[in-house]
Ligand binder design. Structure first.
Ligand code: NDP
Ligand code: HSE
Length: 436
């Protein structure tokens, strides 16, 4: 049988991994897929740079659209990143009847609904295992392996760059800028690392997991997004003293009111497996009603781990492309006509517990005032620490953990605490998840 013919758009970190792994494992892949999988050409805008990345023997072109729609191409692998021209090229490929594989979570989080609808209309597949958690096959697990379950929540460390930065700062005392530069050198970071640091990349990914877990459209604009830029090492230290690790956690959970969709630095009990995920490793916990908690762990970024997922999609499409489109696995796990309109909750309606650090003047009655406000707002305290300020004799840090409450109650309490004249700096508020 003739090999499946692949066009690569982009010749960077992920594309080079795809070329290497396809070559190295070609015999095994052929035995798995039932026919060979062969790259026919690569589109790149800088030929010299592309040659350094993918070698000398593959055909190169700078005509991206021409390659994406070429007659002798079966599958287009979009490995460029960014929104345009990636979106326009993916839609052109779909229009031309090509199946698409993409690692581009930004594109799918923003334009997934349009792209999946176009693919359905053309009877082609858009596969995106590599878009979430690098080498971990979490899309396949959620869409197929866990199909029996009513999913309750999904929580994950799904940005390798920020996890690498947090681990480097905590374990090796490396400063933020140095850790970021190292993550960039290792090929983990996005072209614009602000996407990693500010939580946007993790939000793109959890938006996709949310859609697949709960059978709702892709809704990135509704996600709450907060990164690690303002995280203070003092809070990492205090959290440790209280038995917690701070991670950039992406979370989606259903409640009676709707669906939570959020990314923010989060305290997680140090005893949880997920709290011990270090460096560029990723982990996703899925809580299903039948399976209970299931943990998926692996490399979340990097050339070959990501290529592993891209190639798994190439194999899947090679096996399935002759199947009746109506009998394939739906893009968002649920049949397109069966997506629900469950609302994504605004943050004030989210329930969670909190870590607060309050810099106060060290005098009688301060703590009583703070605890009274929390009690007035219906919140109870789980743990409390008091630590003298390193830079002022008469100032002290009060660190509190609360039990679970509505975010709007915490907003109300914080506005009142912040108004006390004994409170000397903006209160630090971090969310805490027990992940039971
Ligand atoms: P790179 O920057 O290493 O490679 C991107 C490639 O696409 C380069 O050849 C680049 O050309 C080309 N390219 C980018 N923008 C354009 C454009 N506007 N026009 C033409 N060519 C363009 O990125 P990665 O390989 O790291 O990432 C590719 C995709 O995979 C992204 O969507 C990313 O989010 C995703 N991803 C990456 C992972 C990783 O660990 N790196 C993990 C999971 C997903 P040039 O070199 O000239 O800039
Ligand atoms: N920049 C991403 C990360 C790449 O650090 O996780 C993998 O999606």
């Amino acid at each position: 049988m003739k090999p499946m013919r692949i066009a690569l758009l982009g010749a960077g970190t992920v594309a080079s991994g795809v070329v290497r792994v396809l070559r190295r494992n070609q015999d095994e892949l052929c035995r798995r897929a039932g026919r060979g999988i062969e790259v026919v050409a690569v589109a790149a805008r800088n030929a010299q740079k592309a040659r350094r990345s993918i070698g000398d023997d593959l055909a190169l072109t700078d005509d991206f659209r021409g390659l994406a729609t070429r007659d002798d191409v079966d599958i287009v692998a979009e490995l460029m990143g960014g929104i345009e021209p990636a979106r326009e090229l993916v839609l052109a490929a779909i229009q031309a009847g090509k199946h698409v594989v993409t690692a581009n979570k930004a594109l799918l989080a923003l334009h997934g609904n349009e792209i999946f609808a176009a693919a359905q209309a053309s009877g082609v597949m858009v596969a995106f295992e590599a878009a979430v958690a690098g080498g971990i096959p979490i899309i396949k697990a959620l869409r197929e392996g866990l199909a029996a379950n009513r999913i309750e929540w999904v929580a994950g460390i799904i940005n390798g760059t920020t996890n690498f930065i947090l681990s480097s700062m905590r374990d090796r005392g490396v400063d933020f800028a140095t850790a970021l530069a190292e993550a960039q050198r290792l090929g983990y970071a996005e072209a614009d690392p602000g996407f990693d640091i500010d939580g946007v990349d993790a939000a793109h990914k959890i938006t996709l997991l949310c859609a697949i877990a709960f059978g709702v459209p892709v809704q990135f604009a509704r996600a709450h997004v907060q990164g690690i830029r303002d995280l203070d090492t003092a809070d990492i230290r205090y959290a440790e003293q209280l038995g917690y690790r701070i991670k950039l956690l992406a979370m989606t959970r259903r409640s009676e009111q709707g669906i939570e969709l959020r990314v923010h630095p989060t305290l997680i009990p140090a005893t949880r497996l997920v709290a011990n995920v270090e460096g560029a490793m990723n982990a996703v916990v899925v809580q299903g009603d039948a399976v209970g908690p299931a943990l998926f762990y692996g490399k979340g970024a990097g050339s070959e781990p990501t290529a592993s997922s891209v190639i798994a999609d190439l194999v899947d499409i090679t096996r399935l492309h002759t199947a009746d489109p109506g009998h394939r696995v739906p893009h968002l796990a649920f049949q397109p006509g069966a997506l629900a309109d469950t609302p994504i909750l605004d943050m004030p309606l989210v329930r969670t517990s909190y870590y607060l650090r309050i810099r106060v003047r060290d005098e009688v009655g301060v703590l009583a005032e703070i605890t009274r406000i929390l009690a007035d707002c219906g919140m109870s305290i789980d743990a409390l620490l008091q630590r003298p300020s390193a830079d002022h004799d008469e100032h002290t840090d009060v660190i509190l953990l609360t039990h679970e409450t509505l975010e709007q109650r915490m907003d109300e309490a914080l506005a009142r605490i912040q108004g006390l004249d004994t409170v000397l700096a903006p209160v630090v508020r971090l969310r805490k998840e027990e992940l039971r």
